[in-house]
Design a binder for this molecule. Structure first.
Ligand SMILES: *[C@@H]1O[C@H](CO)[C@@H](O)[C@H](O)[C@H]1NC(C)=O
Ligand SMILES: *[C@@H]1O[C@H](CO)[C@@H](O)[C@H](O)[C@H]1NC(C)=O
Length: 371
């Protein structure tokens, strides 16, 4: 009973999408034999981009926000819905990449979120991931424009995710500033996406004898040994990887305070819950203080968009030590348990080639889904 109804919804959702994307009709199939998860063949997806961005730029964001794909978004999502969709994007991205055997790992804000509680930072508008050069080649060759359908447990209808590879991905010059994003994992229901960038060898640096110099088109640079060997861990409940020297990378990018500061972007770290909690009236002496704080905040506009609805101002509570901006408290996340790979010994005088593991077989064999 329940499952028949669910399949009907999945069927309808797919039908709408299929029409929108000119995918052959799925109507009239025997529902009873329809597999729970399927992917549409890559070559069937045809999309026309609205051409409102810089000339030569491949990916086109929505006019109202750079965090949404203009082809799929109809508006910004409220805080809770955005978080739910980002979590689903994260799950489906890593499940798919793990299935295909793509070498991918967390970076930037997502790595910082992982450091604190192995979840995304709730105020972060995106998820940051990197892939190796071999992996982006594999995605471009076999998975460009592939549509991946996921029916996650507890959700009525499934969702479709598009994996799209920038044709400029093989240009490894940082002067290609409009195409620094090599690929995207896009939620076709909301337009939210995950940006995928490639870690490359910095060939000019290596030619100058700087062994292990790596680069990303967005002008970040790393040493091979800071990233590899990757550590196996979990993020948002799915298996993933983080760079070997994650703490060094975080300190370099965000400063040492990033690993100890317990208020950030109008959230405070709750040591007991091991969670970032949005500030509310309860964190201030009075609700006026809270609203003044929001007014004074450097990111009041962003904030209003990202804050969940506040509970009605019931008697002003006080949370000791929360000045809303500069609590450089001693509270730290619980020690994260990560797989500690031992560094393979490097033969003296020999440079290690960049890691380039592509596991798995041809695209057409892949199926995904929750157990
Ligand atoms: C991926 O497919 C799109 C649509 O056909 C195409 O415009 C783009 O150039 C392709 N990307 C690569 C890396 O081939
Ligand atoms: C690559 O190496 C060269 C030479 O050391 C350096 O000038 C350049 O900034 C590096 N590129 C990146 C993106 O790190």
């Amino acid at each position: 009973m329940r499952s028949r109804y669910a399949w009907l919804l999945v069927g309808l959702a797919c039908q709408d999408l299929a029409n929108a994307l000119a995918v052959p009709s799925s109507q009239g199939r025997d529902e009873s034999v329809k597999p729970p998860h399927h992917r549409v063949k890559p070559q069937t997806v045809q999309l026309v981009s609205p051409n409102q961005n810089a000339p030569g730029k491949y990916f086109h964001e929505a006019s109202f926000s750079g965090h949404y794909d203009g082809r799929f978004a109809s508006g910004k999502l409220p805080y809770d819905a955005r978080r739910e969709h980002l979590t689903a994007l994260t799950h489906t991205y890593f499940k798919t990449m793990n299935d295909i055997g793509i070498e991918t790992w967390l970076m930037h804000g997502s790595l910082l979120g992982w450091y604190w509680n192995r979840n995304a930072l709730p105020w972060d508008s995106d998820i940051d991931v990197m892939v190796s050069e071999r992996s982006i080649d594999h995605l471009a060759n076999y998975y460009n424009m592939s549509m991946h359908h996921y029916a996650e447990p507890g959700r009525e209808a499934g969702r479709d995710y598009l994996l799209e590879i920038n044709p400029h991905y093989h240009v490894d010059s940082t002067s290609d500033t409009t195409n620094v994003i090599d690929a995207r994992w896009i939620c076709t229901q909301t337009g939210l996406f995950i940006d995928i960038t490639t870690l490359r060898q910095n060939r000019s640096a290596q030619a100058q004898g700087i062994d292990g110099a790596m680069m990303v088109k967005d002008n970040h640079h790393y040493m091979y040994d800071d990233i590899f060997p990757l550590r196996e861990t979990t993020f948002e409940g799915v298996n993933t990887r983080v760079p070997f020297a994650y703490a060094d990378l975080l300190v370099e990018e965000y400063g040492p305070a990033a690993l100890s500061k317990t208020t950030h972007e109008n959230h405070r770290w709750d040591t007991e819950k091991q969670e970032w909690i949005p500030l509310s009236c309860l964190d201030f002496r009075t609700c006026d203080d809270f609203h003044n704080h929001l007014q004074l905040g450097t990111n009041a506009a962003e904030m209003a968009e990202h804050m969940p609805a506040q509970p009605a101002a019931a008697g002003a509570g006080v949370v000791a030590g929360a000045d809303g901006h500069h609590a450089w408290g001693p509270a730290r996340p619980k020690k994260v348990d990560v797989h500690e790979p031992s560094r393979p010994a490097r033969p003296a005088g020999e440079s290690r080639p960049p890691s380039a593991h592509v596991y798995g077989e041809a695209a057409t064999k892949s199926t995904h889904g929750s157990p």
